[in-house]
Design a protein around this ligand. Structure first.
Ligand SMILES: [Mg+2]
Length: 215
């Protein structure tokens, strides 16, 4: 364990593209269904709908939050539709599961996905018993990361002390509030090593690579 993580007692994980590799096509399938939803809802062409979807993701934290703010979309209808995707590409990685299980302290999932999506994926990856808690989008009243209010809600719900916590994410902007709250931050994913944000403490191509490097 590097000295800068020796004090960690709470291990906090994003779900999508963090607990499974970016190469897995689950989020690509979800995003395709989001594009179809946005196109139908707005009457835009597919390309315009995709651009709007990405704009909302950047400006509101999720596409859904933008749709709720600007189009009055009911979250349940959107979530049920976009998460109805095949999980055939998602398989348990027992070596990764063992690495997570061996971490000293509590493990919590902090996701912008809803409870159905989180439960379904964790079950498919056989990670259901690995975590002490899950904080999902319904817990956050549909207000996604990187909202500071959502971080604070999560920390209150699970009695998380920022100074004792490390947060793993594939989305850099979600690490910014974490750093401000005193957490150590780890960016994972194929583009992580190119990142230069001051609020990122560690970078690794994947969660598995990083946890392996701790051994
Ligand atoms: Mg993610």
């Amino acid at each position: 364990m590097p000295p800068s993580l020796a004090h960690i007692t709470t291990w906090l994980f994003d779900l999508d593209n963090t607990l499974y590799p970016h190469e897995c096509e689950v989020m690509a399938l979800v995003e395709r269904r989001m594009s179809a939803f946005v196109a139908r809802e707005t009457g835009l062409s597919h390309d315009e709908a995709y651009a709007l979807q990405k704009r909302y993701l950047n400006e509101h934290g999720t596409t859904l939050a933008g749709l709720m703010a600007h189009h009055g979309v009911e979250p349940r209808r959107f979530l049920d539709e976009v998460h109805d995707v095949s999980l055939d590409s998602l398989n348990p990685d027992y070596a990764l599961n063992d690495l997570i299980a061996a971490l000293p302290g509590r493990k919590i999932v902090f996701t912008n996905g809803d409870s159905f999506h989180a439960g379904r994926l964790l079950t498919k990856m056989e990670m259901g018993d690995l975590f002490d808690g899950i904080f999902h989008l319904e817990h956050a009243n549909f207000i996604p990361k990187p909202s500071l209010a959502t971080f604070e809600l999560m920390m209150k719900a699970h009695v998380v002390n920022g100074a004792d916590t490390v947060f793993f994410e594939d989305s850099p902007r979600n690490l910014k509030p974490a750093h401000g709250l005193g957490m150590k931050t780890v960016l994972v994913g194929p583009k992580a090593l190119d990142n230069t944000d001051m609020f990122v403490d560690f970078r690794s191509p994947s969660l598995k690579d990083f946890l392996t490097s701790l051994r």
